[in-house]
Write a protein that binds this ligand. Structure first.
Ligand code: IPD
Ligand code: CA
Ligand code: CA
Length: 281
């Protein structure tokens, strides 16, 4: 399958970083690990992968700006183009030898994501998309699932952990999802959650407290696979708000409705208004 020159640059960078991650995966017991915040780990493998991606993209497009999870923002002379990179999404999985993690690379042009790639080196799955050209997994076209009934559908989510996020809200959201969906999944790699929605493996997904590098490539993949993505208010400020709802048209709409109702109930519960027993959706 013919890819554009810029997508070939991204694929080459991801494959090279992926080889390093596979090598490190085999030696995790020797891997240097540090803590960035509560339950938020970073390893030498994250840093190595980011250095490789930055080097490869920098060789091909030296003027572009770069935003990486570990190294932060680097200005380029071409302000219209910016790489948004998560060198290892799913670090906690990686640290436990769970082969569910990915390199995520997105290219932003004038504020819009025009190319995205999510690569899981553990199973050699390369998800790619370019704006207006569709989404592909290992060069085969992918589309979001067509399921319309929540009772037949699987939804994935992120879970807040100690020291991060609103546990009461998450409990209500999860309870609502459990009541309506056939299954609920927490896989531990936001970029792959979006790629799996694009590939029709997951019917829907939602998460909060995410960063642009977790989301940028996956948003384009879902849209190019015929899916819908928005922030948790139904708007388009996904990268700035750091939260997302994704699925086909029906799943996106229904999940957003459930989450909005769960949010209202959570604030009512917080208000502890007597006689205002929550009527969960
Ligand atoms: C994390 C994963 C996880 C999500 C976290 C992210 P990282 O990314 O995507 O699934 O719940 O919010 O920070 O730290 O492994 O790159
Ligand atoms: Ca991440
Ligand atoms: Ca990461």
């Amino acid at each position: 399958m013919l890819h554009s020159a810029v997508l070939n640059v991204m694929i080459k960078a991801a494959r090279r970083a992926g080889r390093g991650l596979k090598r490190d995966l085999g030696e995790i017991e020797h891997l240097q690990v540090s803590v960035k915040g509560p339950r938020n780990f970073v390893t030498a493998a994250d840093h190595r992968a980011e250095a490789i991606v930055r080097e490869e993209l920098g060789k091909a497009r030296p003027d572009y700006c770069f935003l990486g999870e570990e190294g932060g923002a680097r200005e380029g002379t071409d302000k219209t183009h910016r790489w948004i990179v998560d060198p290892l999404d799913g670090t906690t999985n990686f640290l436990h030898g769970i082969p569910h993690f990915a390199v995520s690379i997105a290219l932003e042009r004038n504020g819009a994501i025009v190319a995205g790639l999510i690569y899981n080196p553990a199973n050699d799955e390369m998800f790619v998309a370019e704006r207006g050209k569709g989404a592909f997994l290992n060069d085969k076209r992918i589309r979001v699932a067509a399921r319309m009934r929540l009772a037949d559908a699987i939804v994935a989510c992120g879970l807040p952990h100690y020291g991060r996020g609103d546990l009461a809200l998450a409990r209500n959201e999860i309870a609502a999802a459990q009541r309506h969906f056939a299954g609920l999944r927490r896989y531990g790699a936001a970029a792959l959650d979006l790629a799996w929605v694009a590939a029709g493996r997951l019917d829907a997904y939602w998460e909060r407290d995410l960063s642009p590098w977790d989301l940028a490539a996956g948003l384009l993949l879902v849209r190019e696979a015929g899916g819908f993505v928005s922030d948790l208010d139904g708007g388009d400020a996904i990268l700035t708000k750091g939260n997302v709802v994704a699925g086909n048209d029906t799943m996106h709409r229904e999940l957003l409705r459930l989450l909005t109702a769960a949010g209202k109930e959570t604030s009512k519960q917080a208000g502890n208004q007597p006689g205002n027993e929550p009527v969960l959706p």
